[in-house]
Design a protein around this ligand. Structure first.
Ligand SMILES: Nc1ncnc2c1ncn2[C@@H]1O[C@H](COP(=O)(O)OS(=O)(=O)O)[C@@H](OP(=O)(O)O)[C@H]1O
Length: 204
């Protein structure tokens, strides 16, 4: 998969959530590999798959409840794989990344042992030059924009009260990961708090 993503390079990167299900195998093949598990509110993830018609294996977009339940199954396995890859995997919360981009990108570069550059905050200005985008990526049109918080709440008012009301049962990992499931309009500013990492539990 990685071979056909681009030219040979000192560091090979692969952006695909399902990579997280194969960590033991990839770690055996590439002992120096590092992993970033990107976590996002399942309500936004599922809204995104439905709205943008992104085909993701195993998700039936005509059944929301089934999608939440599938997300729960997958994220549970991914979190387990990340937690048992001591030193080789970090979790990055989308809601924090876009609200505190500098802090989070520095956290990522520290983890990767790479130098931080302010240019990383301005990737959109470098597209076509230092940054090469693959237009076949589903998200290429959004990645062209500056880091922004516009889509944080795009899922608001898109799910039925019935679906939202049963999330703790069908997708309990959402709450375990620190998302407020008690309201249809959660306040994401808590993800930008300075003490955010102090209150993450073993799963999150
Ligand atoms: N620059 C910038 N700032 C803020 N947010 C951004 C940015 N670039 C991408 N995005 C959002 O990331 C979502 C796409 O994620 P993925 O690339 O993992 O999805 S996919 O590969 O297209 O399935 C997608 O979320 P949704 O809009 O909810 O679908 C994008 O809006």
């Amino acid at each position: 998969i990685i071979a056909k993503h681009g030219k040979l390079a000192p560091r090979l990167c692969n952006k695909d959530p399902y990579t997280a299900l194969w960590l033991p195998t990839i770690k055996r093949m590439y002992p120096n590999s590092k992993f970033i598990l990107m976590i996002r509110d399942a309500r936004a993830v599922i809204h995104s798959m439905i709205e943008r018609k992104v085909p993701v294996a195993g998700y039936n977009t005509s059944n929301e409840t089934e999608m939440f339940s599938k997300w729960n199954q997958e994220i549970r396995k991914m979190t387990f794989q990340c937690n048992t890859s001591s030193g080789q995997c970090i979790k990055v919360y989308y809601e924090r990344l876009i609200q505190k981009p500098q802090e989070e990108i520095q956290r990522i570069t520290n983890f990767l042992d790479l130098p931080y550059s302010d240019k990383m905050l301005k990737h959109h200005e470098l597209i076509g030059g230092e940054v090469d985008l693959n237009d076949q990526e589903f998200s290429a049109s959004q990645v062209k924009k500056a880091i922004n918080t516009a889509v944080l709440t795009s899922w608001f008012d898109c799910f039925s009260d019935e679906t939202l009301g049963q999330l703790d049962v069908i997708a309990p990992f959402l709450r375990i990961l620190g998302y407020d499931t008690s309201t249809a309009k959660p306040d994401y500013s808590v993800f930008a708090d300075d003490d955010f990492y102090q209150f993450r539990n073993v799963y999150s």
